[in-house]
Design a binder for this molecule. Sequence first.
Ligand code: AHG
Ligand code: MN
Ligand code: MN
Ligand code: MN
Length: 338
Amino acid sequence: MTDHHKTNIMTLTRYVLEQQRQHPDATGDLSIAMNAVQVGCKFVEACVRKARLINLVGLAGNTNVQGEDQKKLDVLSNEMFVNALIASGKFSFMVSEEVDDIVVVPEELRGKYCITFDPLDGSSNIDAGVNVGTIFGIWRLPSGSKATVDEILVPGSEIIAGGYCMYGSSCNLVLTFGCSRVEGFTLDPALGEFILTHPNIRVPSRGKIYSVNEGNSLYWDDATKAYFNSVKFPSPESGRKPYSARYIGSMVADVHRTLLYGGVFAYPSDRKSRSGKLRILYESFPMAFITEQAGGKATTGSQRVLDLVPKHIHDRCPIFLGGVDDISDVEAAFASNS
Ligand code: AHG
Ligand code: MN
Ligand code: MN
Ligand code: MN
């Protein structure tokens, strides 16, 4: 094979089809569902790329159910995903950060999945040109689904696919269907295809970075304080040096770095936000699933994130995620300080 052109490229579409062939009972529905996700991600990437040029930065002028000022891109990316996902005919309803209630798909277009998504993560960063992203999780609905909200208020461990797309210096889409495989793809803008560039991502069991908003330290509980002190002022017997601090403020970017380099990303609960800030269904569950499938762990401090069952679609939870050894230290800090 001539080596000046790679002519046997593993695109995301081909990868998903190969996954489908490995599952005898696969019908191709998830492949088509993933194509709709890809279209949404490529659209948002194009908008983020030229946001400043077409006056797409700034506020949309209304607030969402979270009480946040929606950015124009929050609204635009949400609409794009909702339309592409409905048109795929593979979802019966969906949960979006930007929509108060579940989005029910017209009967004739319903499919066997539910998708939960954060169309634009880190949108407070968008006006500064800092990395932002999209996060999504896919669930298989019970047969005879009535497309009702109770069908998605289930343990996170029932998730069947999770992924994120990060819009930054390059556009990276990271995805897992379980089976301890997490794959990273990079958008080739010339082809308009996501190409496999980071096969089989594994989180290092211990890293050298902690990632948390220290501006909330005043409100932290004792266990959180104890953990972060242990990485900032390591005891002599631990034989470790202090960790570096890295906090981008877009979950997708902070988690992506944690998956590749190791360490801990956290959004703890505190006296100001009793359940933390990150939303269970479309931030914590997909990122916890990806982290576990890459060999890492995700905890609230006192329990596995994927064992949670949300009561409402916009419920939040505290989250610490990263390599197994680093997260064991978090769990130990909670065990001895609760
Ligand atoms: P979103 O932009 O989708 O509302 O999410 C923002 C989240 C997440 O991206 C990030 O980890 C966190 O907000 C940062 O919050 P602080 O600014 O409070 O640290
Ligand atoms: Mn938001
Ligand atoms: Mn978010
Ligand atoms: Mn968002």
